[in-house]
Design a protein around this ligand. Structure first.
Ligand SMILES: Nc1ncnc2c1ncn2[C@@H]1O[C@H](COP(=O)(O)OP(=O)(O)O)[C@@H](O)[C@H]1O
Ligand SMILES: [Mg+2]
Length: 392
């Protein structure tokens, strides 16, 4: 998907939240996944986690890290979102900064870390107006390139000296793969990180195809680096309980049968279930029923329309036609009939387009069948191109 951001709205008193991670409020279920991830991270088992975007990876990691922070004072934790990091240099500086910052709560100690923990590198450290938060670190690029290992090994060095452990979580990890010089960096990361005894890594992201290539490819450095978790969707039953309870605690009502319509329409997709539940809640005076859910769905699709339109504009005609075939339940795209009916182009076109739509997370292949990954986009698409109305 090319979408970068989504409309986001969090009403002060709404029990439903979307558009930002939900680790404390509005967080539901995920007990077994949280247990597994926490146990892995506390026992030194590196973990790789993938799922399509907006199913709940960042929220889950935040929740688990929050739990670790509360109970395990000797474990220092770090979460870095690589979505906003653009170069290898920026990544390494950010990595070093976060490790130093997590290692102590005293800014005086941060300032001494250059001499204490590095051999060859000399970090430029400076403190801003607010010493406890505002702290920057940079290296000379040539030096950094030469002594990259010193940064990658920094958490282990500090952990040994201070008798602590580190848990380092790198969100949207596949972003690193787009940097120039990545292959080299990949080898160094793997070589350093696999030797570390006091540092555990959680590497996760939404681009499953890129991540699979990094971690499941026997010829790549990160092959079998850690335990692989494929984060599933949250089950309907859990969503229904969550929605009913959230309505009740905020002074409104919804019947179980109606609450069930929300995850069904949104195919249990975490973000959209929250968004639809929020709109429904917002339109409800006392008790929500089908009319409120229907109006909420319209509102949701309207709010997202600019993003869906942009999506359509960014793909080619034959790709659009392939989406139409998918939505109509076709799966044998190269059969003469289907190619002709939907104007899919040549068989080569079809396989290329299929690969592109899968790469871009627009569609997914499950046991030889194809489906849209974005449930609301699918509803919008059906209405837009086939005038199909949603059944509530
Ligand atoms: N455990 C959860 N319980 C309730 N809602 C969730 C949960 N996890 C995610 N969500 C919803 O999904 C949205 C996207 O979650 P996020 O953690 O950012 O996903 P990802 O990192 O996989 O893209 C959140 O803003 C929230 O609305
Ligand atoms: Mg995320």
């Amino acid at each position: 998907m090319v979408l970068v951001s989504k409309p986001f709205c969090v009403m002060e008193d709404s029990p439903f939240i979307y558009g930002k991670t939900v680790s404390l409020h509005a967080f539901t279920n995920r007990e077994s996944e949280a247990d597994k991830l926490k146990n892995n991270l506390l026992r030194g088992i590196n973990t790789i986690m993938m799922s399509p975007r907006r199913w709940g990876k960042s929220s889950l990691v935040e929740k688990v890290i929050h739990d670790i922070n509360r109970k395990n004072k000797q474990t220092k934790t770090i979460i870095i979102d690589l979505f906003s990091v653009g170069t290898e240099e920026e990544f390494l500086e950010r990595f070093a900064r976060e490790v130093i910052k997590a290692s102590s709560s005293k800014w005086q100690e941060w300032m001494n870390s250059g001499k204490e923990f590095f051999k060859n590198l000399v970090p430029r450290l400076s403190i801003g107006i607010e010493p406890n938060n505002d702290f920057s670190l940079s290296f000379d690029w040539k030096e950094l390139d030469k002594y990259t290992d010193e940064v990658l090994n920094l958490p282990e060095i500090i952990a040994q000296k201070k008798d602590v452990r580190f848990v380092i979580c790198l969100d949207e990890f596949q972003n690193l793969a787009s940097f120039t010089g990545y292959l080299n960096l990949e080898k160094k990361m793997r070589a350093c990180w696999q030797r570390q005894r006091r540092v555990t890594y959680c590497l996760y992201g939404s681009k499953r195809h890129l991540l699979a290539d990094i971690f499941n490819n026997p010829s790549k450095a990160f092959y079998r680096f850690g335990d692989m978790m494929l984060l599933p969707k949250i089950e309907t039953k859990k969503w229904v309980t969550f929605i009913s309870k959230s309505f009740a605690t905020s002074g409104k009502l919804i019947d179980k049968a109606d609450a069930e319509v929300i995850p069904r329409l949104m195919k249990n997709h975490s973000w959209y279930v929250q968004q639809l539940a929020h709109y429904t809640w917002n339109l409800t005076k006392k008790k929500a029923g089908k009319p409120e859910i229907e109006a909420a769905l319209n509102e949701l699709l309207q709010a997202n329309t600019p993003f869906y339109q942009k999506e359509i504009e960014s793909i080619s005609h034959t790709q659009l036609n392939l989406l139409k075939a998918v939505v109509r339940g076709e799966s044998r795209f190269t059969s003469a009939n289907v190619m002709q009916n939907y104007h899919l182009g040549t068989p080569r076109n079809v396989s290329k387009n299929k690969a592109i739509l899968i790469q871009n997370d627009l569609i997914d292949e499950v046991n030889g069948l194809f489906e849209f990954l974005d449930p609301a986009f699918e509803l919008w698409f059906r209405k837009q191109f086939f005038n199909q109305l949603y059944k509530i």
